[in-house]
Design a binder for this molecule. Structure first.
Ligand code: LP5
Ligand code: MN
Length: 240
């Protein structure tokens, strides 16, 4: 049965050959009736700008992505908090279509919302402030005008700070807010939501104005390589 696959939070990086091998194996073993692959953010550990496409590791990942087009698998990339700087050059090289931060999809008649998931973490005020700064178009333009090596050094410093701050943050504070998920389902008239980011794979049931809805949270590949497959019968987790 034709199916769509959803993955996120692979966090591919040159030093993590295990993750790249898992991704390669997953692409090789894609079921023949796969129509579309949706990557819902954080494909890379971080993306510093499309002028980094020449890097051999990045070029290898992009070639893997582009090979899907030859197999008639449509590829959709939604920005994550680590790789929202992926731009049009990246999409052209990967033969992918970039989706907006929130994308509404008709999946076999089920209105399904796709997002990375970080926007649901309403109680993490430090992250929300940071996010508001770096998602600003003018900020991004000036950041991308800096030399690549300088950008990478800044991002690596920020990653270290993020890891340190996360250790000090309350675990629940970093989870998705169910009420925020319900608001989005209501606003977009959707009954299904698929997101990643929190690394807490689960299926949550919600009721929105009396309508039963479901929210699928995807796994991080560091914990559990895989994601979600959906067809006319519904969605179910799969292991890569
Ligand atoms: O990524 P993850 O899951 O580990 O943690 C996130 C939040 N952290 C981040 C930071 C990214 O990991 C770093 C890589 C980003 C690459 C983007 C490139 C462009 C930006 C470059 C800027 C130099 O997103 C983390 C959340 C966690 O998810 C759970 O939701 O808690 O949030 C933080 O840790 C943020 C800190 O709490 C606040 C950091 C403030 C930094 C302020 C200085 C930044 C200077 C640049 C902006 C002017
Ligand atoms: Mn994320």
């Amino acid at each position: 049965m034709p199916r769509a696959l959803f993955i996120s939070d692979l966090h591919l990086a040159p030093g993590r050959t295990d993750l790249t091998a898992a991704f390669e194996g997953f692409l090789e073993r894609l079921p023949a009736d796969t129509q579309a692959l949706y990557i819902l953010g954080d494909l890379f550990d971080y993306w510093a700008g499309d002028d980094d496409l020449a890097d051999p590791f990045n070029a290898r990942v992009v070639a893997l992505l582009a090979s899907l087009a030859e197999r008639n698998v449509a590829l959709f990339l939604l920005p994550g908090n680590r790789d929202f700087l992926m731009g049009e050059r990246f999409m052209a090289a990967a033969k992918a279509k970039r989706l907006a931060e929130i994308h509404l999809l008709d999946l076999h008649g089920v209105p399904t919302l796709l997002l990375h998931g970080d926007e649901l973490c309403l109680r993490d005020a430090a992250y929300r402030n940071f996010r508001a700064t770096v998602r600003d178009a003018a900020w991004q333009e000036s950041f991308l005008a800096r030399p690549l090596a300088e950008r990478k050094a800044k991002i690596e410093a920020l990653r270290a700070r993020s890891e340190a701050e996360k250790r000090a943050k309350d675990y629940d504070l970093m989870d998705a807010d169910p009420a925020a998920a319900e608001d989005l389902l209501r606003i977009h008239g959707a009954t299904r939501l698929i997101h990643g980011h929190t690394h807490r794979p689960a299926r949550h049931a919600h009721a929105v104005d009396g309508r039963p809805c479901e929210r699928w949270v995807l796994a991080s590949w560091d914990d559990q390589p895989g994601g979600l497959e959906c067809d006319a019968d519904g969605c179910r987790p799969f292991t890569a």
